[in-house]
Design a protein around this ligand. Sequence first.
Ligand code: 5AD
Ligand code: SF4
Length: 421
Amino acid sequence: MNFCDSERLMALLEKEGFCAVNSLQDAQFIIVNTCSVRKHAEDRAINFLRSNINLKRKGKIFCLIGCTANLYGKELLERFDFIDVICGPNRYKELPEVLSNIKNGEKIVLTGEVENPFIDEIKNNMDVSSLISITKGCENFCSYCVVPYTRGKLVSKPAKKIIEEVKKLVERGVKEVILLGQNVNEYGKDTGENFVDLVEKIHDIEGIVRIGFLTSHPKDVPEKLLYLFRDLPKLYKHFHLPLQSGSDRILKLMNRRYTISHYLGIVEKVREIVPNISITSDIIVGFPGEKEEDFMETYKIVERIKFDDLFVFKYSPRPKTKASKLPDDVPKKEKERRHSLILNLQDKISLEKNKAYEGKIENVFIRKSSYKREGYLVGRTETEKPVILQGEENLKGKVLKVRIIEGFRHYLYGKLCENNK
Ligand code: 5AD
Ligand code: SF4
């Protein structure tokens, strides 16, 4: 979400005459986009600015934007005097004007909500893949989560507007769109539209070859959505469905509003419809009051479901949330133990799942060049698994037949088949 916001803000700033530079030394404004979801992310962002404090002497303006900015507002200016501008995620549109007029020593705070928080500008030089925010904000108030306090209430971008944007992206060379929202299944709750219709409409757009989306909340998954994975060939057969915990008692405390049996029902159904679908999830370990038995339930369910991949987080108390009023009573060491137990288990499962691809021929969408290995490309299978393969840059944006040579923990290694056109 932040990556997507940063790209749009860049496009907006460029339109207003600003330009990106390659080093902090050359910059007039240093803008850091922040995440508040765990404390660690917040600390890193602020420490990044603090560690460059010497640049302040050269008159550079430090801007802290994003969730952390909105969460603490002007308090941040009092605590960290090196920050000049605070701007929450709903008010980026005002930044170009503010930065154009800011005077040395002036402090500015832009927080809170606005009617239309979306930035319409799109960069000219797009990659073949683009993220699009279809909703902003969230009103689910999962008890551990800070997002409702940082991004505010749910606002959906009208479908007509999204379709126009996707068409514009296609004109700029985009072939793949990933639809983003805190809970995409609630898309249109505020406007009378709905997510399934939106995906179908995007699927009809000529020039788009792949569509992905995240994130889905298990309490809001309609059966119709599961059939889309089977019926829409451009849609990745990949479902990111955060579980958070395997214990009904903890799920209740988390205010997730579903039970394990409901979750298992979705997994069973979607696997019945699309047997090879890739399912990924998020888990939090060490939520307040999580006993060994609760944790073991999570462990067992991870063992049983066999996710393709899993993001495991140690619970981090966040300001304003309900859970932060409960004692953070799982000791750090114990959180770490639970974290690594699940990770080790998932390592084995993911490796096994990826090994099962060996020898298969997959239709791989080529997304980008590899940053790490020159001459290599990164693509995605129809199940959105990352594939590394050797190939020329001009293959980007194509769907190619690739033979999977080896499956690793985090990716597949493949070779282009000779019969590609
Ligand atoms: N502590 C730890 N993990 C969290 N997440 C959200 N809030 C917290 C928190 N306070 C995790 C959830 C969510 C993912 C994006 O981040 O698992 O799905
Ligand atoms: Fe946070 Fe829950 Fe909303 Fe996701 S659905 S953003 S976890 S409050």
